[in-house]
Design a protein around this ligand. Structure first.
Ligand code: M6R
Length: 593
C-alpha cells in the first residue's frame, strides 16, 4: 500500500512524478504529495484525495523530486498526514509500516521533537535530521538500523542537489535508468519506458541516485552490482479502450487471461523442477488472501478430486499463527496477483523455514513472492488496474487447475477428458461474458439491501465466497458467501424480504439439495437470483431472476460462475455511486500485515 516515485533529470521533475503517481494509484488514493529540490530549497506540495488533486503542482520547478500516493495506516487520510514529510534538510516518502513507531516517537518527544502528523513516517525524517552529520547515505543507514517493520523510503536532502537516496526493507522498490534521467518507484509500470533499465532492489539494499549515475549498496553499505530486470513495455500503457472503468475492461479480458495462463503453464510442464515437484508432493497447502484465497478454495476441489492429493486452503494471515504441519513433501502454493501481499509473503517464508517446497502463483514475475519461492508458476492475466481482482482470479484458477491435472497424470489417473475441458475454458469464458449485461438489471434490487447472501455447494460455494467479497468491496453492502446446506444451522435467521440471495447451481448432482436451500430462503421472503448452467431450473416459482452460464466440467465451473458475480458487483457499485476501480479503504497491493 502506498506508492512512491522519484526522478532526477534535466527536465522538470513534477510532471514525471505526477504521471508516475497516477500509475501507482492502485496502491492507495487517500492523499498525494511531491517534494522538489529547487537549488538547495525543498518545495513540498500535498493534497488530500487522489493524485488529480495535485495537478496544480505540475508546473512547479525543480529537476529532482520524490512523490507519494497514500493508503492510510497510521493517521487518517488528511493533508497533514500526506507525504512527503519534512524535517530540517530532509524530505521523505515512505511505503510500509513502522512497527516500533510508538517507542521511537516517545523517544523523539522526550528529546523535544514535535510532530505535525499522526504518521509513523514522520518520525523517520525526524530521526534523519538528528542523525545527519554531513553524510547523506550514512545518516539513512543509521536510521534504518533503528526501524522495525516494512518500508521502502526515498529521500531528498537539501545539501545534495540532483541526488536521491532510497532503501528497501520489505516493501517493493525499483530503480530505473533512462537515457538522461534516473527514476525510482514502487512498481515497474511507473518508470517503464523505451530504453529504461529497471533494477529491483532486494531487502536491505540501498541505492544512491546522483545526476545520471546510480550506485547500489548492501545493508552494510558495500557497493554491489545489480542485474537489470526484464519487463514488458506494455505494462506502461494501461488504456481504458473505450470502457468506462478498468474493472469492466479487465472482465472482458478474462478469456485471454485464461488462454495465456494455460499456455504459460504448458511451457513449464517439462521443467525438471516441476517434474520433481509433481513426483514428490504428498500434501498441498494453498495460502493466499482475499480473492487469491478464494481461488485456492476452488482449486482444492480440483486437486483432491482429480489427483487425490490432500489439500488444505489457508488464509495467509492466519497460517503463520497456527504452527502448520509441514514437511519436505508438502507443497505450499502461495497465490498472489501482486506477489507483494505481506501476509502471503510471511506465510511463504514460514513454509520455507519449515522445509516445504514453495511454488508462487503470481501475476508479477519480478515480485518479492517470486524471489522467495522455489518455483514460479506465473499467471498471465496482464496488468490488472481495478482494485477488485477479476481476470487475475480466472487466471489463477487456470494455473491451479492445470497443476491439478499434472498431478493427476503423474499419479496415472485418466484425466484426458478434463484436459480437453480445460483447454476449452477460454472459449467458454468468452461465451459466458454476455451474461454481464443480463445481470446489470439486477443491481436495482440490491441498492438498499440490508445484506446479501451468496449460496452454493462445493465448487459453487467457492464461487459464492468470491462473489460476496466482490460485492462487499465495491458496493459496501454487507453480506456473506455461505455453504447452501449450512444456512439452516443458524444463519437462516438473518434471511427475510430485505435480503437478496444469489444461488449458484452448476452441478446437476447437487441440484436438489441446493434447491432445498433456495426454497428455504424463498419461504422467508428473500428474492432469489439464480446463476445456473441448467435452463430447467430458471422457471421455478422461487426464482425471481436468473442467468444461464455455459455448462462445463464440474471442477472448472467457478471460472464461469464468477463472471456474472463480478458484473453484479460492478453494476451495483455504479448504481450506488461508487467508483468500482477505486473502492474506499482498499488498495490493490496490501504490503502491510
Ligand atoms: O495481490 P494479491 O492477490 O495477494 O491480493 C490479495 C487480496 O488483497 C486481493 O485479492 C483482494 O482481496 C482483492 N481486492 C479482491 O478483489
Amino acid at each position: 500500500m502506498c506508492g512512491i516515485v522519484g526522478y532526477i533529470g534535466k527536465k522538470p521533475a513534477a510532471p514525471y512524478l505526477l504521471d508516475g503517481l497516477k500509475k501507482l494509484e492502485y496502491r492507495g488514493y487517500d492523499s498525494a504529495g511531491i517534494a522538489l529540490l529547487q537549488g538547495q530549497t525543498l518545495i513540498v506540495r500535498k493534497e488530500k484525495g487522489r493524485v488529480e488533486q495535485l495537478e496544480k503542482a505540475r508546473s512547479a520547478a525543480g529537476t529532482a523530486g520524490i512523490g507519494h500516493t497514500r493508503w492510510a495506516t497510521h493517521g487518517k487520510p488528511s493533508k497533514e498526514n500526506a507525504h512527503p514529510h519534512v524535517s530540517g534538510k530532509f524530505a521523505l516518502v515512505h511505503n510500509g509500516i513502522i512497527e516500533n513507531d510508538y517507542e521511537l516517537r516517545a523517544r523523539l518527544i522526550k528529546w523535544g521533537e514535535t510532530f505535525s502528523s499522526q504518521t509513523d513516517s514522520e518520525l523517520i525524517v525526524k530521526l534523519l535530521a538528528r542523525e545527519y552529520c554531513g553524510d547523506f547515505l550514512i545518516a539513512v543507514k543509521n536510521v534504518v538500523k533503528q526501524l522495525r517493520g516494512a518500508f521502502a523510503l526515498a529521500i531528498l536532502c537539501a545539501d545534495f542537489p540532483q541526488t536521491i537516496v532510497c532503501v528497501r526493507q520489505g516493501s517493493p522498490l525499483i530503480v530505473g535508468k533512462g537515457k538522461d534521467y534516473l527514476a525510482l518507484a514502487s512498481d515497474i509500470p511507473a518508470i517503464a519506458g523505451e530504453g529504461v533499465s529497471a533494477f529491483v532492489l532486494k531487502d536491505g539494499e540501498f541505492a544512491l541516485l546522483r545526476e545520471t549515475d546510480v550506485f547500489f549498496y548492501d545493508a552494510q553499505l558495500r557497493k554491489i552490482e545489480k542485474e537489470q530486470t526484464e519487463y514488458d513495455l506494455q505494462t506502461d500503457s494501461p488504456d481504458l479502450c473505450g470502457f468506462r472503468h478498468f474493472m469492466r475492461k479487465e472482465m472482458q479480458e478474462i478469456p485471454q487471461a485464461v488462454k495465456d495462463s494455460l499456455l504459460q503453464i504448458a511451457q513449464a510442464e517439462q521443467s525438471a523442477c516441476l517434474r520433481e515437484l509433481l513426483r514428490r508432493t504428498e500434501r498441498v497447502q494453498i495460502v493466499g488472501c482475499g480473492t487469491a484465497y478464494h481461488s485456492g478454495l476452488a482449486a482444492k476441489a480440483a486437486i483432491e478430486g482429480l489427483a487425490r492429493i490432500p489439500t488444505e486452503v489457508c488464509i495467509a494471515s492466519e497460517y503463520r499463527y497456527r504452527n502448520p504441519i509441514i514437511n519436505a513433501n508438502t507443497l505450499v502454493i502461495a497465490v498472489s496477483q501482486s506477489g507483494e501481499t505481506a501476509d502471503t509473503l510471511a506465510a511463504a517464508q514460514l513454509a520455507k523455514e519449515h522445509g516445504a517446497y514453495v511454488a508462487a502463483v503470481t501475476n508479477v514475475p519480478y515480485s518479492t513472492l517470486t524471489e522467495c519461492a522455489d518455483l514460479l508458476l506465473p499467471t498471465r492475466a496482464g496488468r490488472e488496474i481495478g482494485v477488485a481482482a477479476t481476470k487475475s482470479y480466472n487466471a489463477q484458477l487456470a494455473v491451479l487447475y492445470a497443476l491439478a491435472l499434472l498431478f493427476a497424470e503423474e499419479r496415472q489417473k485418466d484425466v484426458l477428458a478434463q484436459k480437453r475441458a480445460l483447454q476449452a475454458m477460454p472459449q467458454m469464458c468468452l461465451s459466458a461474458l454476455p451474461v454481464c449485461e443480463e445481470v446489470r438489471g439486477w443491481s436495482s434490487y440490491f441498492l438498499n439491501a440490508r445484506s446479501v447472501y451468496f449460496i452454493g455447494r462445493a465448487e459453487d460455494y467457492a464461487a459464492a465466497a468470491e462473489g460476496s467479497l466482490k460485492l462487499k468491496e465495491l458496493s459496501y453492502l454487507p453480506g456473506e458467501g455461505y455453504p447452501a446446506g449450512e444456512l439452516k444451522h443458524g444463519t437462516l435467521a438473518l434471511i427475510d424480504e430485505t435480503t437478496p440471495v444469489i444461488a449458484i447451481l452448476t452441478r446437476k448432482d447437487l441440484a436438489e439439495k441446493t434447491l432445498n436451500a433456495v426454497h428455504e430462503v424463498f419461504s422467508r421472503g428473500a428474492r432469489v437470483f439464480l446463476i445456473t448452467a441448467f435452463p430447467e431450473y430458471r422457471n421455478r416459482e422461487e426464482v425471481f431472476a436468473s442467468v444461464l452460464i455455459p455448462a462445463c466440467e464440474r471442477y472448472f465451473s467457478p471460472m464461469l460462475s464468477v463472471i456474472p458475480l463480478q458484473a453484479l458487483a460492478y453494476y451495483t457499485a455504479l448504481a450506488r455511486g461508487n467508483d468500482p476501480d477505486k473502492p474506499r479503504n482498499l488498495a490493490k497491493s496490501v504490503t502491510v500485515e
